[in-house]
Design a protein around this ligand. Sequence first.
Ligand SMILES: Cc1ncc(COP(=O)(O)O)c(C=O)c1O
Length: 421
Amino acid sequence: MSPEALVLALRESPAALALLSPLGQRAALPFGIPQQSAEAAGCERRATIGQITDGDGVPLPLPSLHSHFSHLDPREALLYTPQHGLLGLRQRWKEHILASLGGDTPMSLPVVTAGITHAISICGELFTAPDRPLLLPLPYWDNYDTIVTMRTGAPILTFPFFDQDPLAPGTARFNTAALREALASLAGPATLLLNFPANPTGYSPMADEVPGIVQAIADHPHPLAVICDDAYETLFFEPGMYGRSIFGALARAADPRRHVICKVDGATKELVFFGGRVGFLTFSVTGAAGEALAEKAAALIRSTISSGPAPAQSAVLAALQSPTLAAEQAAVVEVLAARYRALKAALDDHRVPYYPFNSGCFCLLPLHDGLDAEVVRKRLIAEQSVGVIQIPQVNALRVAFCGIEARDIPDLVERLARVIG
Ligand SMILES: Cc1ncc(COP(=O)(O)O)c(C=O)c1O
């Protein structure tokens, strides 16, 4: 569709029209080679796209390569995927989201991206610009600087993640009052990113925190895109937690005049497929307007990676159709829950202070005044053979317990305590 036709299609979502950055406004898929090839799919002689086939749409596979994808039909493994991603995968992922968030959640068909970073990057390009800031709770995953600010020049504005001193045991929660205050400081279109389970804090809201977060966003009077970064969805370890993405509640409360809610998620952590690079971008916008936003995302895909990897998308689709997948995923969640419990117990035993955490893959350890996170990180490698990540935003260390066996966690914490205790 032309940019003008996309504007017409977006009439049902005035928020999207108000939020699109200059690049977002320009983004459109031309009537190019993939579209012309699709139109000619039923022809007897298809001399359209530059794929090397047998003349009947089947690639001429090199056995040395295809043997590594032997469970996949050569057409699934070796041919281009559409810019939006494989249609069957998009439909199946939508069912997957609706099953966890409720069938009444308004949403577009997901667009398949090359991992979740890519989905966030597309949101950044669609909605942020030097005069359209990105609002984040602090601390945040530092890659948002690179994904959004480096590419689009959007400034990052922050508010404190926790509502009280996070080191006062067991009392701090997500800082909804600070979110309200930060939103109140915005005068024009902006983007808010909420990542639960969070990287680096490992915190997700309890069930009774979510209505307040949703209301704060619903009350905001200016156009607001909200990105729900659900990379670690499913990894919730405590009773009483909300225990699912807040996309559903936000999408149901969204006012099409002011809100576009975006869900970014994927196979990376949920299906333990880090190298597969299969992510998804879904909008709270339905009908022709939702299709127009999806097409803008596909145009950004066409202009960067052209199309996503076929073998990985086909493998994820096959996994989603497997009757044993849910049990396999539950088993992984249980392994991580055991690591989580072992870590909490060991930190308590050694009286190592930590920020509140209840989910995901990480916990965050604050350092005493006078200890510098980078210096401590280096000492841990040199003196204790322990690798962690420094978080200079709050002078703390991030521990990825997802990569340590439960039986080794007491030893890990003992080594940490020798340096930071
Ligand atoms: C919060 C968060 N979002 C997104 C990602 C990126 O996921 P992907 O590897 O699929 O790009 C990560 C990875 O570390 C993450 O921590």
